[in-house]
Ligand binder design. Structure first.
Ligand code: SF4
Length: 608
């Protein structure tokens, strides 16, 4: 099939059996690739009530039809599984160079199933696929192991690896690749660890067939030219996502001291401009990217280097912990990456613990003697290590995520656990930003920002307004933005450089031979959104509206400081937002897709 590697690689870690099957054309037609393949295979193949860290769960890694081709940022793959953190759907996007090699090995998806009796790594070299012993590699940090593999096999081999966090099944463990790229959210690294799979090492040399070579070259060049000519290219390349830090501080969206406020008095110390001046030494991008957002940093104080931090980590390990020191934030980033835990979830968990400590709910007896106050840099580093190894009372408590930790601790700490559906909220304070709040509430994996980044829309139309247009905007973004994850390319060229999305239409057609407009693609996005919603319904008894509620902080506790001081979303407005959202989605009043909606979307038989 044009645009595809052509095969699905299935690896059973229990038996060691490795098989390949042709990529089903009807699945490619209906779900296209990437996140679409992940949602389809998860729903169809993972049995109901599978234990997320048990042999029945599967980890599905998928490329899309643009992956590995000369398309800006076409280095994205999707990692889908049943989340050990939330018990529902997890899908994490990973950049770098892994995806292209996977496609060149002729593989559209790897489906990992079962549990290996001993640590192994998966080695793929075109058609040679092996499970190899990793007993001596167990316990290694992600950076060291990636270097070791590059020395062993060569720079052209791409590596995805888990750190100790994944081995110890921290419920938000990530997968690391290219030293600074992660499949970060939902605990995909814990699932890999549960399967005793330490790493995937791969290299491919095959060509990817395209339908119209001349058309592909022409449309691809037009897209690259649009990126090169974009007004915002220089600034984006200089700062990457860190550019929004100062903006978030100004508008009251920068999470501060566990989201108690949205502006930070020490903000300047962690702004993108400060970071660029003080620690950035070079820029780093994913495969085929003309506008690299990765910033490689040198932390002189610690004599260490890391790719990052990007905005989410700055917010959650900086202001959210009361730390206005970019070197310290970057060092926390390095520790998390090497140990293999998601910086977003870890930052929220530590922020929650610091607040609990300052309120006297956690004491030194619970923190192994750590003075866990906001702003304590050394304590932050110590807690990151404790989490990765589940060490002591505190490490064990926080390794299971903020929802479980707060339920276990009680004493009112549930009120300031910042999560939706059990996933820690990423780095936008939403006390008075109703579209962004709704985006978090209804996101398909939990409180994640990348499906519907609606905060700028809040400012455009009035941040506390609760109107149908806002809800429609959130839904449109949820259907549209994840399509980049389906196609296997980065969305940031469209988001940040303002590239006309219609430029992708002839390119996709030249590659696949199929004409699809954005409206067609959004329809696929809508179908996938409803499949994943039905996955939650299937897996969680009684699933409904209560799972879409945000942290109480955002409708009960107005910030005392900063530009949003005194501002809050009213409880009635939270309820109205959900009412409007369900109606516009064609779901019932409890948030479940109706039979009619599923029928119209053509997915009734799949989700029956
Ligand atoms: Fe990767 Fe950033 Fe380029 Fe996107 S913009 S492809 S995330 S380097």
């Amino acid at each position: 099939m044009n645009g595809y590697g052509g095969s699905i690689l299935r690896v059973n870690l229990t038996t060691g059996q490795i098989t390949k099957q042709p990529t089903p054309p009807e699945v490619a037609r209906d779900y296209i690739g990437g996140r679409g393949f992940g949602a389809y295979f998860l729903f169809k193949e993972v049995p109901k009530n599978a234990e997320p860290l048990g042999p029945e769960n599967k980890l599905i890694i998928s490329t899309g039809p643009l992956s590995g081709l000369m398309v800006p940022g076409a280095g994205k793959c999707d990692w889908t599984t049943k989340s050990p953190l939330t018990g529902g759907y997890a899908s994490a996007s990973m950049g770098g160079h892994f995806t292209a090699e996977l496609k060149y090995a002729g593989i559209d998806s790897i489906i990992l199933e079962g549990v290996s009796p001993k640590p192994v790594y998966l080695f793929i070299d075109d058609d040679k696929v092996q499970l190899l012993d990793a007993t001596n590699l167990w316990g290694k940090g992600a950076f060291e192991l990636e270097v070791d593999f590059k020395h062993k096999y060569g720079e052209e081999y791409q590596v995805a690896v888990i750190g100790p966090g994944g081995e110890n099944m921290v419920l938000y463990a990530c997968v690391n690749h290219d030293y600074g790229r992660q499949a970060g959210r939902g605990g995909v690294g814990a699932v890999m660890g549960s399967k005793k799979l330490k790493a995937i090492v791969l290299h491919g040399t095959k060509s990817v067939p395209v339908a119209d070579l001349a058309g592909y070259r022409k449309a691809g060049m037009e897209l690259y030219k649009a990126c090169k000519d974009a007004e915002g290219l220089a600034e984006w390349t200089r700062y990457g996502t860190t550019i929004v830090t100062s903006w978030c501080d100004e508008v009251g969206a920068l999470p501060t001291r566990n989201f108690q406020a949205g502006s930070f008095e020490g903000g300047k110390g962690i702004y993108g401009q400060t970071m660029r001046k003080e620690i950035v030494i070079t820029d780093k991008g994913c495969f085929g990217c003309p506008c690299p957002c990765g910033k490689y940093s040198n932390m002189k104080r610690y004599n260490t280097q890391v790719e990052g931090p990007e905005y989410e980590t700055i917010g959650l390990f900086g202001s959210n912990l009361g730390i206005g020191d970019i070197q310290a934030v970057a060092e926390s980033n390095r520790l998390c990456d090497d140990l293999g835990i998601d910086t977003i979830s870890a930052g929220v968990c530590i922020g929650w613990a610091m607040e609990a400590y300052e309120k006297g709910i956690l004491t030194k007896a619970d923190t192994d003697g750590l003075e866990l106050k906001f702003g304590n840099i050394e304590a932050t580093f110590a807690v990151v290590k404790k989490i990765a190894y589940r060490e002591g009372k505190l490490g064990a408590l926080l390794a299971d995520g903020v929802k479980r930790a707060s339920q276990k601790l009680g004493k009112g700490s549930e009120k300031f656990a910042i999560e939706v559906k059990g996933m820690e909220q990423s780095s936008y304070a939403t006390h008075n930003a109703t579209a962004m709040l709704l985006a978090y509430m209804t996101c398909d994996v939990g409180a994640h920002h990348n499906r519907s980044w609606a905060i700028t829309y809040d400012l455009q139309v009035g941040r506390d307004k609760v109107v149908p247009e806002k809800v429609a905007r959130v839904i449109w973004l949820q259907n549209f933005r994840p399509m980049f994850d389906v196609l296997g390319a980065c969305r940031l060229q469209w988001v940040e450089l303002g590239i006309n999305r219609d430029l992708y239409v002839p390119l996709l057609e030249a590659i696949t031979g199929l004409h699809r407009t954005w409206e067609d693609l959004e329809a696929v996005g809508n179908r996938i959104w409803n499949i994943t919603r039905m996955y939650w319904v299937r897996e969680i008894e009684g699933f409904g509206r209560a799972w879409d509620m945000p942290s109480r902080r955002f409708y009960e506790e107005p910030p005392k400081t900063g530009v949003t001081a005194g501002q809050i979303t009213k409880y009635e407005d939270v309820i109205r937002l959900l009412d409007m959202y369900y109606e516009q989605r064609g779901w019932n009043t409890n948030g479940l897709p109706t039979a009619d909606t599923l029928e119209k979307l053509g997915i009734a038989s799949l989700v029956a």
